[in-house]
Design a binder for this molecule. Sequence first.
Ligand code: ADP
Ligand code: ADP
Length: 222
Amino acid sequence: MPVISFENVTKVYPLPAGDVVALAGVDLAIEKGEFVLIMGPSGSGKSTLLNIMGSLDVPTSGEVTIAEKRIGGMDDDDLTLLRRDHIGFVFQQFNLIPLLSIVENVEYPLILKGRQNGTRERAEEVLQAVGIEKTHFTHKPGEISGGQQQRVAIARALVNDPAFLLCDEPTGNLDSKTGTAIMTLLDRMNREEGKTVVMVTHDPRMTEYADRTIRLVDGRIA
Ligand code: ADP
Ligand code: ADP
């Protein structure tokens, strides 16, 4: 059973000037343990695809299965739970909560999920796994570098042990050396921990890390 599957997925945005077809009959299956890139020109449907994979949006037609659950017929609450329990998000802008410490940021998804015990220990364990030093745990995100912040964001994405990581240009805000370090970390999580990684990127150099690249053109897989 794939971690993510799309069958004949279409997404249409109705606009006064006419419908915009963002995805047109997309079929794909991402298997557990794969590292998949999604590439394509601006406007080709990458964000729409990512939003549907992340259960932030639903298709106009077609069948989508995420973490063995069909999203057809789910309401917003179901989608939120699906997202919270099974998907780890990594963004270009890190999106850490500035007023929380590093360790609190990573602990937060566990608390949202209602875990009462061992949240601090689990957060510290994952922070160590992504290479954040103990002395930084009580710092605020603004007090550490961008590369360190992205490591923390990856720890936060991993803390609930999600079915897959969904990464939107995770190195887009980093210099190339730091970006390489982040890719090396994601690669390690994929190879050593068996984490499924799906990443949207514009950077053709990232293909060396991936098992497979899905290319979108005009809402279709090329
Ligand atoms: P990409 O991420 O590859 O740039 P998008 O998925 O953002 O592509 O966009 C695909 C197409 O759908 C584009 O023509 C875009 O203008 C359109 N689109 C995306 N989001 C919306 C929206 N919320 N409302 C209307 N049109 C949209
Ligand atoms: P962009 O691709 O325009 O730079 P982002 O990478 O910030 O946008 O976000 C990609 C998608 O994920 C958007 O649809 C956005 O609404 C959604 N998103 C952004 N931040 C979060 C968040 N913290 N939690 C859930 N969804 C988010």
